[in-house]
Ligand binder design. Sequence first.
Ligand SMILES: Cc1cc2nc3c(=O)[nH]c(=O)nc-3n(C[C@H](O)[C@H](O)[C@H](O)COP(=O)(O)OP(=O)(O)OC[C@H]3O[C@@H](n4cnc5c(N)ncnc54)[C@H](O)[C@@H]3O)c2cc1C
Length: 277
Amino acid sequence: MRIKTVKAQRLSNFNSIGRDYDVIYLKNSSELHDIANNFIILGNGTNSLFVSEQSNPFVSLKEMTAVKFLNSYTIEAEAGILLPNLITQLKKKSLGGLEFTYPVPATLGAAVYQNFGAFGKEIGFMVKKVTVFDKTEQRFYSIDTHNTAEYFFYRDSYFKQHQLVITNITMELPTLSEHEVNDQLNAISNKRQSIYPLKKTLGSIFLNTPECSAGKLLDEAGLKGKVHNGAYVSEQHANIIINKSASSEDIYDLIQLMKTSVKKKANISLKEEIFIY
Ligand SMILES: Cc1cc2nc3c(=O)[nH]c(=O)nc-3n(C[C@H](O)[C@H](O)[C@H](O)COP(=O)(O)OP(=O)(O)OC[C@H]3O[C@@H](n4cnc5c(N)ncnc54)[C@H](O)[C@@H]3O)c2cc1C
């Protein structure tokens, strides 16, 4: 393992300006035994905002990216691999299934932790076994997740609810030709870009509510295009913040403003989908 001090703006492509953080980069999962159990796991930071000083270090699994092809449709991958890189490797073996995530540069581990979903699909349906590290018990074990409904929920999972560190994921994937995968990647990428800009965002800031989508509530509260220092709410989609040159604190303040505006207008309390540290 190696330890590095990293500026907030280098922890994700969102690049909001902030403090320095200590990050421990692991080479393999067994190193989890060698660190104190008060760490915070970091994926690729696409859904994370780094605001406050942290007394505990971040641990990154981004250097753990191995993929094993177990049979013609089953793979086992390490949690740190980025989804676009995994898609590229799968394509070469005529496997698909993850196109709906494209081109979001999330790690596989975080995508499983949050049950990444889009366009009517969720990653949990393809996940058959998850190996985890339990920080409290200081041990590894594997969980059979064939019974999807027991382990995966809307932007949530058993692993998130139990604060488990995901180290390896076994997935069963559909056979697709490289040509079919490429067609789907283009279609999904175009569709995403028509909904909101993909660069310098954190994805959806808030979870949808049972009554209504967060985007609609924010739109009705007049948030589209709202500017705050170096950031603004997308004119295309009111649940998306675009960063131009803002600090993490500026983004945090804009999030609070969005929340209070919806509370005032619709008397609904929005809950963040993103993780704020
Ligand atoms: C442009 C854009 C579009 C997006 N579109 C979608 C979408 O369509 N659907 C969707 O669901 N999400 C979407 N997202 C949100 C986000 O990318 C995902 O939810 C993704 O899972 C976050 O991955 P990450 O590696 O960046 O995680 P991070 O932001 O680094 O971490 C997110 C959380 O996961 C935890 N975590 C990370 N790795 C592990 C692990 N191995 N074990 C346990 N916990 C872990 C972290 O502690 C943190 O709590 C989008 C984001 C962006 C920027």
